[in-house]
Design a protein around this ligand. Structure first.
Ligand SMILES: Cc1ncc(COP(=O)(O)O)c(C=O)c1O
Length: 403
């Protein structure tokens, strides 16, 4: 039967990380692996969904109020003028908004720049459209973008660059200088920018999210994608959007209608209530995640991990293995699940660049197997249970003795 599969289907393989996911389930491990909250959604948002179901919003639906509100928000937060009637496509989560954007803009053979490490789904969408992902390496340990090198990745075939800030898996928020360099490169090379801003409201300390589209000359070449998923702890509701120049937004809408027709009707209704949440809601989201970040950082440092980079946004810590740990990231996570009963994600799945092709020494290439991603979008009870379990697997210095 395999021969009946399409070329694309054959190239999409389950990642080795999925095996660890199964191991975690078998061991009933505490889940610090996946990026979805295990605590309830805000009551006012849940009530709006229940009320929409009770009001029989059961059919295909486009809730224009979402677009009206997003346009207002874009003006307030980023100074952008967005026409709610023409420039927004409501989709099933950022994932569909991103896929539809790729299908709306990428032809066979077009190159798309991505920053490495990267969230895993971008590459698959680009490949399905026949595009070629080209990775721009972010340098560890602070995941800095080498501004001089950036231009060297562009070729005559570069059609778009993907920017995810705040960033999964590192927690990096791209700096103003980095954004200006990316914007400058896009303008010079007449290149589109596709942004993934799902963590736009989850930033820490004094960091605040800046949308690339708000830089001079960028709105007319940027497609912003985002969703309700992370801001309102409703990753299963599947409501997201793309905001783009009218002609691109219209193409995204057409593709969305052909694939899914519309996002879930009752959850679109609830999205309206969610997006209209008070400023206090967004502030407390930030504050609560910051406390969780600090708790997990302390836990991981205490367990012997090397934290070179304190997350500035999103809800992940990308921690380096202890200095003298001989295990790879995959081996370490496997032991962490078996011995401590805690699951995390080995970092290797987020790296895509063959570093030997860049002429890096063997020693410099090893970092791709030395990072583990911990998700802290979990209840305080889950986080303290993880701390307790890890505490049972420590040596006299308080460090994890998994190796
Ligand atoms: C960077 C990033 N983008 C997008 C998504 C998925 O967003 P959505 O649920 O809106 O499809 C995730 C989920 O983990 C993510 O980390």
């Amino acid at each position: 039967m395999e021969e009946k599969l399409s070329r694309v289907a054959k190239t999409l393989k389950p990642s080795p990380i999925q095996e660890l996911s199964h191991l975690a389930q078998r061991c009933n491990a505490i889940n610090l692996a996946e990026g979805f909250p295990d605590f309830p959604a805000p009551p006012h948002v849940k009530e709006a969904a229940v009320s929409a179901i009770n009001s029989d919003f059961n059919q295909y639906r486009h809730v224009q109020g979402i677009c009206d509100h997003l346009a207002k928000q874009m003006k307030q937060n980023h100074g952008l003028h967005v026409d709610p009637l023409t420039d927004i496509a409501i989709c099933c989560g950022q994932s569909e908004a991103f896929a539809a954007t790729i299908f709306a803009t990428i032809n066979q053979g077009d190159e798309v720049l991505l920053f490495d490490p990267a969230y895993e789904t971008y590459e698959a969408c680009i490949a399905m459209a026949g595009g070629i992902p080209v990775y721009v390496v972010l340098d560890p340990p602070h995941w800095t973008l080498d501004l001089d090198k950036l231009m060297t990745y562009f070729t005559v075939r570069t059609k778009a660059i993907v920017l995810n800030s705040p960033h999964n898996p590192t927690g990096k928020v791209f700096t103003k200088d980095e954004l200006e360099a990316i914007a400058g490169a896009c303008r010079t090379k007449d290149c589109l920018a596709i942004t993934d801003e799902v963590y736009e409201y989850i930033t820490y300390d004094l960091e605040r999210h800046i949308s690339l589209a708000s830089l001079p000359g960028m709105q007319e070449r940027t497609i912003i994608t985002s969703s309700l998923s992370k801001t309102f702890s409703v990753t299963g509701w599947r409501v997201g959007w793309a905001i783009a120049p009218a002609c691109i937004a219209s193409a995204i809408r057409n593709i969305h209608v052909k694939i899914t027709d519309s996002a879930p009707a009752p959850f679109q209704e609830a999205a309206l209530t969610a997006l209209r949440s008070s400023p206090e809601y967004f502030e407390s989201l930030r504050r609560e995640y910051e406390a969780k970040r600090d708790y997990v950082l302390k836990l991981l440092v205490g367990a012997g991990f090397q934290i070179h980079f304190k997350p500035q946004g999103s809800f992940f810590v990308f921690a380096e293995l202890p200095v003298n740990c001989p295990l790879s990231d995959v081996e370490f996570v496997s032991e962490l699940i078996r011995q401590a009963g805690v699951a995390a994600v080995p970092g290797c799945g987020f790296f895509h660049t063959n570093l030997s092709s860049l002429g890096l020494s063997q020693a410099d290439q090893t970092y791709q197997k030395r990072y583990i991603r911990f998700a802290f979008c979990k209840s305080d009870a889950t986080l303290s249970a993880a701390a307790h379990k890890m505490g049972e697997t420590v040596d006299g210095n308080g460090h994890l003795k998994l190796f």
